[in-house]
Design a protein around this ligand. Structure first.
Ligand SMILES: Cc1ncc(COP(=O)(O)O)c(C=O)c1O
Length: 423
């Protein structure tokens, strides 16, 4: 092969982000041709009519004249102090503004933190299914994702014994996504305590992606990881994108907790990498104090009568009424991750299904395999549309699955008929 100076980074071939991939591109083509689509691929509240709360918008508008300069690489001191106080109030008693890192969304902090941690060949324990940025960032920072399974049969909860069995001499960190994207699982305290003990025993960093920490349904409770971790090094990630419906502002934060001596090198690396990208977007940082000290605006949306509660109910009811779908009810976050069962599941391939659904019914979903699972019979939808839209979407999904089930049921008969005809 001749040398190609424009050849891209080799490991990019291992990276997928299908939430905005091939299917989303096809959707844009269809829209350009005038098709009206229902796009359920991205958990982007603002695209579904949700707004960031007024008091957050005002907090930015009031300080817009102060947003021209760079801030400190870790973020505005007042914003970091508000984040540390928020974490202390929920039990992380040693949370300190000096160990808070504000980033351009949690996305940037996932990348920076893995870059700070990994040497080539190091392993990161990731959930399967995962939010695929975690896999991508592990790979692009020269690491190796090692997946622990969160099985349907276990309501998508991880098995700590399996996590421990996967620890090797190369393991550096355990990533937890709680509440979980894409499954909606929220992890009980006893389970988290067991995972903390594993990290402690093997000297691993805990990385807790808690961006959906306030998005909870029915009697689900969120248990932050840092208070349980105590001295065990833990990076807790949160932000304004979901709970405060401000994805576009690109505001996320990481809070490092645990034994200061053990964390010092990692803390320094985070600071250095933060300094190299100068600082996070400044306007959004002015909303952080308002968000963390002001009224809880997400709980009413998740409570009975609230838009997200009713949207989730519409999905639960639709899946319960369908002979083709099985759903572990999400107890948190903004998604449902149904599985296809029965005749419709035979020979099912999630990507082909998603394409057929898009082409024939104008609905865009994300195939389950985009979330790094070995099985091919799941898909993800976001709970952000109006409940009636979701009911209509699931009627369309059922239509496609019914067609598939009918074709499957007919297939053996056809074969038998053909055999009879040829015999
Ligand atoms: C689990 C999880 N982590 C991180 C992110 C990224 O969020 P941000 O907008 O803060 O970059 C998302 C976005 O959907 C997510 O679902």
């Amino acid at each position: 092969m001749p040398h190609d100076p424009l050849a891209t980074r080799a490991r990019l071939s291992e990276v997928r982000y299908e939430i905005r991939g091939e299917l989303a591109r096809r959707a844009r083509e269809l829209e350009a041709q005038g098709r009206e689509l229902v796009k359920l691929n991205i958990g982007n509240p603002g695209a579904f009519g949700f707004r960031a709360p007024d008091h957050l918008q005002r907090a930015i508008a009031d300080r817009i004249h102060d947003t021209d300069p760079y801030t400190h690489q870790q973020g505005l001191p007042a914003a970091r102090e508000a984040i540390a106080a928020f974490h202390r109030a929920r039990g992380a008693i040693d949370a300190d503004a000096e160990r808070v890192f504000v980033g351009n969304g949690v996305s940037e902090l996932i990348d920076i933190s893995l870059r700070a941690l990994l040497n080539p060949g190091d392993e990161v324990l990731l959930p399967s299914p995962d939010y695929p940025l975690w896999s991508a960032a592990t790979i692009l920072n020269d690491g190796r994702p090692v997946y622990y399974r969160c099985k349907v049969a276990n309501d998508f909860l991880p098995d700590p014994d399996e996590i421990e069995a996967l620890v090797s001499s190369r393991t550096r960190a355990i990533v937890l996504i709680n509440p979980n994207n894409p499954t909606g699982a929220t992890y009980p305290r006893a389970l988290l305590e067991r995972i903390v003990r594993i990290a402690e025993k093997h000297g691993l960093l805990l990385m807790a992606d808690e961006i959906y920490d306030g998005v909870l349904y029915e009697d689900a409770r969120f248990q932050p990881l840092a208070p349980l971790a105590g001295d065990v090094p833990c990076l807790s990630l949160g932000g304004l994108s979901k709970v405060h419906r401000a994805c576009g502002w690109r505001v996320g934060w990481g809070v490092l907790s645990g034994d200061a001596r053990r964390c010092a090198g990692f803390q320094h690396a985070m600071d250095l990498l933060g300094a190299l990208r100068l600082c996070a977007n400044v306007p959004g940082q002015f909303a952080i104090e308002a968000a963390l000290q002001g009224a809880d605006t997400i709980a009413p949306l998740c409570a009975p009568g609230g838009r997200l509660h009713e949207a989730r109910r519409a999905v639960l009811d639709s899946c319960a009424a369908s002979e083709h779908l099985q759903l572990v009810a999400p107890s948190g976050a903004l998604y449902a991750f149904p599985g296809v069962v029965g005749d419709a599941a035979s020979g099912f391939e999630d990507h082909a299904f998603a394409l057929e659904l898009l082409e024939t019914e104008g609905v865009l979903v994300v195939p389950g395999s985009s979330f790094n699972v070995p099985y091919r019979n799941h898909f993800r939808v976001t709970l952000l549309p109006e409940p009636d839209v979701l009911r209509d979407v699931f009627a369309r999904i059922d239509r496609v699955l019914q067609r598939r089930a009918t074709a499957r049921r007919a297939a053996p008969v056809d074969l038998a008929t053909r055999r009879a005809a040829s015999g």
